[in-house]
Write a new protein. Sequence first.
Length: 499
Amino acid sequence: MKGGGKRPDAQPTNTKRPNAQSANAVNGNPFTFKLTPAAFWRWGRVALAGALVFMLALVLMLAWKAPMGLLAVPVLLLAGVAVWWLVQRPLVHLCVVLGGGVAFFVQSSGVSALEVLYVLYLLGYLVGWFAYHGLISEKRILRTPADKALVLFTAYATFTLGFSVLYGADPASAIRVWLPVTIWGMYFPIKKACRLDGTKAMKALLATFALLAFVVAVRNFHMYYKGLQNAEIMGEIIMGRAKTNERALTLGTLGSLVYLLHARRVVSGILFGAMFAFFVAGVVVTRSRSIWLAALLGMAVVFVLVNRRMKARMLLAVVGGSIVVLVAGEVALDNFFGLVFDKITSRFLGIGEALTSDLSMINRFYEWQSVWEYIKVNPLLGYGPGVEFEHFNLILNATQVKTQIHNGYLQMWYQYGLVGLGLLLFTFVYNFRQGLRLLRQTATARTTRLVSLFGAASLLALALASTTESMRYDDTIVELCFPLALLAGAWQHHYHRPG
């Protein structure tokens, strides 16, 4: 059209762009500084050029000082290409990072190089994720009070590293105990993936965790069976415990049970039924009373929350799963089955007497009493991670100095005071309530309902298990953080879908 008329979508030349602070205020992002795409590209080229110069210098140094070290260059290049490929696929990248938790399960004791590399990559992933979503993306990270409470907990727990120094903690020990706090950051990528990608993300994340739980169960069965073949430690295996990432097996049991109850096809029912029996056997082999009770509590929660038809199906699943476990045990253990069955049955029936007769349980009471004396002196702020305490160990018949406490709540209270413990418990309770609200909504999508049921049952089961166990790296990332983040993501996907 002639006449020099303006295009309908043309923007006035004198329109002012809103400044970064006002834009962030509109979007609700807590960060006040935003890195524009142009600035990101400019600084990114500088960073890439610097990395290229550094790598060339490294190759030259290796060629001069250690020629054999050049063999690592192709591996690093392939790793860089793989990371770049993953960065372009956020959901796949998240599943790979979570699946890398298998590094915790492939060695029996000590700290392996694989575990160290995984933790470093995990921390790098978190730094990159928060840097992008905090400095570049216009989407806000903190959407609920629980999100803000978890960030405050992480910040305060990090601040208490100063307390650790004041109370004489070994710096290396303090960092090691504090690391699980940083891994709580995985809550946000998991939650965001579920919110944006919905069913696709939830299924992918559940499949990833199922694989982790499967690895844990296979490893436990292998260790248990191998121990039975060794006459010197057979008694220890039968009387002791296959104590390895037990809470992951509990979550595997609950997840497979939820999907078994909601299976629509015979093939799916058989598959999830086999998984349920497999994980139940894994829980039984742990011989952990607290894990047994936690799994039973989780299953009881599922039983209460499902409808009458599914209740009947669940009873059949429990009976059928028990029969399958007994038959499989008879075949696999052969001559040892009678002895193992007798010891496990006696241990289960003796749960009620454990509080008064089991030396290990009584010893924990002494440990808790000693820790409580420390807590009463400084209940509000805590001592910081890695600070040692003393208690008389009945099993060793000697005074023991340690940092880990066989009670997750007392451990959080001792380390981070009522401030840290309160923030963490608020996050749990808030998301648990959201899960229950989702289950009461008739319009809730099937996958979201399954995730909510799994998450609610898992949180209560873990709450019970944490009364007699401490929190470690692997516990935090794949056992405690996972169902919590799934619940939060399912809730936000249902009520706050993009667009």
